[in-house]
Design a protein around this ligand. Sequence first.
Ligand code: AMP
Length: 399
Amino acid sequence: MKILVINAGSSSLKYQLIDMQKENVIAKGQCERIGIKGSLLTHKNNGKEFIFKKDMPNHVIAIQMVLEALTSKECGVVKNMEEISAVGHRVVHGAEDYNSSVLITPDVIKCCKENIELAPLHNPPNIMGIEACKKAMPNTPMVGVFDTAFHSTMPEVAYLYGIPYEDYKQLRIRRYGFHGTSHMFVTGEAIRYLDKPADQLKIITCHLGNGSSITAVKNGKCVDTSMGFTPLEGLPMGTRCGNIDAAVVETLCNKKDFTINETLNYLNKKCGMLGLSGVSSDFRDLTMGNAFDNPRNKLAVDIFAYSIKNYIGRYAAVMNGCDCIVFTAGVGENTPYVRYNACVDMEYLGVKIDKDKNENCPRGEIADISAKDSKVKILVIPTNEELVIARETKRIVNI
Ligand code: AMP
């Protein structure tokens, strides 16, 4: 059985076709610059790359091009579309409506549209991807997999902010959390690796990429997470400020003459590692070679690591201990300096990182970087959000 996974952004659309028998990717690619001049599709299969330059004025045309590439004589991997059993779509925000993945029906699309106010940048392109696919493959079952769903098990004490309860009810202002598919995937991998029942484990999963979030997982279920009402809360990230006193908004509006939209754009796009370093949002630029010759690069990365340590302490307190810390995503999998500084000097918690194992951690596989006498296992686990979406799609469609 083959499942197509779609992750649609406002001007991009990433896809993977996964054969579920061995869970291997048979083709993948992405459409870039949808709706913008110079759009192109990059399609990969069998280690070969094919680039198609053609105008893609909207997501419907983009999906058509993807399906043509997947079925073409030149670079295709299936004879016809009937070979694709189902499509799994990433949907960023499920609000309180979806605590699990769901078969997409007209009602689901309607509900996702109602949730646009909660995720104005993300849900609209996700919905465009779904509607475009529905047009091209009207008889193929489709499943929505929500970034927020894994966090739906948080208790009220973790997800409510200190604002009037009525405003939570009326305006739906609360912590939702994001990166749920990634936290769910690495949690499953960690449980399997540790070979213990989920209900005996307290795990802290650190998804550290361009966007970063940390989740406390007790008995296999999320009990708290660092991102909030939007992905702006939590750690300072590539370009997002992370936790900040809300009153800063007033100063930014007054002193920089910003509107609210400009302030949010600044907090989302000009802050974090980019703003602190003044150089880049990319951890490769900030950590590789002689990057630390610039003290602001080091300061930015140190603030990031400090913030991770902060959350580890906080979530160990919340769960009354911690058995395992997981690092994942672009930075978590590739930046030993961040992992080391987040974990060093935490012996009181039973956390002891092995410097050598951390430095020489193999890429692309699960690695244990904890010292022999560390009570807490420290693991590096490559994430695979597309595989979660494909597995969820298979589960829901039941084929
Ligand atoms: P993600 O959002 O998971 O794709 O992560 C993207 C970020 O991971 C990039 O912005 C880089 O900062 C970081 N990253 C990816 N590969 C490496 C690497 N080999 N070394 C250091 N940082 C990396």
